[in-house]
Design a protein around this ligand. Sequence first.
Ligand code: F6R
Length: 609
Amino acid sequence: MCGIVGYTGTRQAGPILIGGLEKLEYRGYDSAGISINDGNGIKIAKALGRLAMLEGITDGGRKLRGTAGLGHTRWATHGRPSDANSHPHLSQTGRIAVVHNGIIENYRVLKEMLINRGRVFVSETDTEVATQLIDFYYEGDLLRAVHRAMNDIEGAYALGIMCADDPDTLIAVRKQAPLIVAYGEGENYFASDVTAVLEHTKRVSYLSDGEIAVLTPGEVKFYDSFLQPVEKQVEIIDWDVSAAEKGGYEHFMIKEILEQPRALRDTVSPRIRDGKIVFEGIELDADYIRGIDWIYIVACGSSYHVGVVAKYNIERIVRKPVQVVLASEFRYSEPLVTGNTLAIMISQSGETADTIAALREAKRLGARTLAIVNVVGSTIAREADDVLYTWAGPEIAVATTKAYSTQLAVTYLLTLYFAECCGRITESELAAYLEELNRIPDKLEEICSKREHVQYLASLYFSADNIFFIGRNIDYALSLEGSLKLKEISYICSEAYAAGELKHGTISLIEDDTPVVAVMTSRRLMEKTASNAEEVKARGARVLAVTTESLRKEAERVADNVIAIPDSSDMFLPSLAIVPMQLFSYYVAVSRGCNIDKPRNLAKSVTVE
Ligand code: F6R
């Protein structure tokens, strides 16, 4: 939920920390702060609001002098956004400063213990408790003090710590929250993710749960939770900094929408060889797949919506039962798992707390787990039995677009692979599907090139107070995502309904001019959804249809406005239909003057339960 960064080296730390926070701001953006040791103790600058406020009061970080420091950008969990609750937190003695991403669950007990021993707190945060606790245990050896505090702290955290007595040393620790260490020449870094350091270095190591890194300008030492030294592998990041920059676009979101043809090619092409689907590095063989008796797909938000599409495809083509469960529900639902259950976790970040918990629960119950993940080396990618990466590249806009699309693409490949293993499709059917799938990126390019039409339609609908999305089957799955995209960035209250369900109550909300987006890409269900569109029209609704070129005429009969996508086989239509809906949300939100890349109250990576 928050972003943390640390630097120790020979350059001035302030601008480097601010630069890192700019890349991490997508993780949280209600306040930010830095702490730097200037040789006369730890100095802290914090500001409520966007990072620009902090940049302003510190002259881009230059006002705090010193070559080692910590940075933080916050998404509030404990205590409302305020200067006092912003990080870094300083202990009462002024010796220890801490930045934190995560939640300390037993902070109340620890706080009481510390208050009883005379500590005075100035914020409402759990992080200040960790800061004071480390200080409480500090007797001249920071590593030991951090280690003792870690033994007391329960919850999820990535912490960055500095001590006034040792100006060049930073400590970074991790438990169930992302953390990387990165290596420069005579300087080292830690951060919540690699984007924060990419402009300086591409050499990184990923910390595992319970590990501690001690950083000085010349080296990084790693320890396990028993303080035994550990060797870490150095990995080279193979994408460059421009992938995480706007590249001339006004917002990351539009850049990422338009990147989707490329992202799909990168995700799909390497996995099709000589007419066969090849999943390198995963161990799901045909015998195992044939023996699967139940598939769970577990995820949150848009990733969950990918699961809903996948359920329709897998059940229709593979004929195996699939249950799609919200990760936050899965862990408390006493799931029915047998030795032949496959649990598929879908996550862009690979760090979503609920999905991690669901993954662990599925494993504990004996399911085999397969993760579909974008961020390489993330917790879900490392803990699942198998992982399929989505190769979307870094996604910076909080509202997902290209990660959603590449997740969909991976589920198509899985569906076809399962179908082939189970003898549900013939070789020639598979070949036809793959040929069609290979054509999707070109069709996406065509849709993106016609975005002005969607922009025009957005100008007709942007002032709505409520919008409904309706569709049946896979079109309903798409409606869920179309509706989420719109509401999260435009703040228009929007609901997605299975088209046939609307009349069981919700239709009473339709009045003159209520916009209804009717998703009707399925030829099989066109007539049925068209009838539902007629029903809302008869009650005054304005209908915007999302359909295919070949169904355009039928759609025009019931809709006030039509967006038509190129035709394709039913299975892949969601990939085409979602793009105009993303564009529609984008242009509506732009027209309403919303903060596109960082919508209010949200964060890119939800690392709290
Ligand atoms: C919406 C969105 C969220 C995420 C959800 C899960 O645009 O991005 O709904 O899909 O928070 O995140 P991941 O996929 O990182 O597990």
